[in-house]
Ligand binder design. Structure first.
Ligand code: ZN
Length: 293
């Protein structure tokens, strides 16, 4: 009788022990959000190797997963198939992502930061008509055979985005009803954002619109600190640069925000929500419904 077999470690038991250890570590990992479904993202490589540390400023990113809502909702095997086509790029403001009436050559899935869409009038004045953060994609109109629009897309808040060439994006979506559906539902949410924004610009005060913008930016960048100059905020709200101080002053005096050297800090989110109009909630609710966020 070979007694040595009794002393050899059982490889299956060893993997189970290793898996239990890694799972415990994963539950304590700063990238674990508390959602038990995230355990499905536990990559096999982690059973045999170490758990990756999250990147700076990406502390909620599960290992090997995208923080972009659309990409994170893709079935895992499709995301892995799409991944070689994605290029992670820094989006540093103010870089023009798409120029108005120029061909869209890439789609951008933000992981962080924010892209603004602005309308430019003949006299040079601009006003924001929408923002795109990690809940969406810039360039989704490519899936509707639209490769240019009369609006400028530029990076408003610093971050990162997964970029894909337009032709590869269209080809992949033709083979992936899931990606196509996610992008089209996002485009419907973006349409609600711009339609409600048109109503808001016509009927609500600049103070209410400013509060809506701050809440939206806060949702996009997951931080109460929003890096934004008065000049940019004026452009977003479609008001003169000098008017921005008048808009912010009551908010500062009420202790809702502080503003210093290009940094606006939300001090009281509930107060800002009370100061905005119903448009913020209408847009956020529709987005949540369409994207099941
Ligand atoms: Zn409004």
């Amino acid at each position: 009788m070979d007694v040595s077999a009794a002393t050899k470690p059982n490889p299956v038991t060893a993997i189970h022990r290793r898996l239990a250890r890694v799972t415990k570590r994963y539950l304590r990992h700063p990238g674990f959000t508390g959602d038990i479904q995230n355990l499905a993202f536990l990559p096999l490589v982690d059973i045999f190797g170490s758990i990756q540390k999250p990147m700076a400023n990406h502390t909620h990113q599960p290992p090997n997963e995208s923080r972009n809502v659309l990409l994170s909702k893709l079935p895992r095997e499709q995301f892995e198939s799409l991944r070689p086509n994605l290029q992670l790029v820094d989006i540093e403001p103010p870089v023009v992502v798409f120029e108005a009436n120029q061909p869209v050559r890439h789609a951008y899935f933000p992981e962080s930061g924010m892209i603004s869409v602005v309308s430019i009038m003949a006299d040079g004045r601009t006003i924001e008509i929408g923002t795109i953060g990690r809940e969406g994609v810039a360039g989704g109109t490519l899936l509707m055979d639209v490769d240019q629009v009369p609006y400028r897309y530029f990076t408003q808040l610093k971050g990162r985005a997964n970029r894909i060439e337009a032709t590869r994006f269209i080809d992949f979506a033709a083979r992936s009803p899931e990606l196509r559906s996610l992008v089209l539902r996002y485009e419907a949410a973006f349409t609600t954002q711009s339609m409600q924004g048109a109503a808001c610009n016509g009927l609500h005060t600049v103070q209410q619109r400013c509060c809506r913008w701050l809440l939206t930016a806060r949702d996009r960048c997951d931080s109460d600190e929003i890096s934004l100059t008065h000049e940019f905020l004026a452009m977003m709200l479609g008001v003169r640069r000098a008017s921005v101080s008048d808009v912010l002053r009551p908010l500062q005096e009420s202790g809702l925000v502080s503003s210093n050297r290009g940094l606006i800090t939300i001090l009281n989110r509930a107060g800002i929500e009370a100061g905005t109009c119903e448009c913020y909630r209408i847009i956020a609710d529709q987005q949540r419904r369409l994207l099941e966020m």
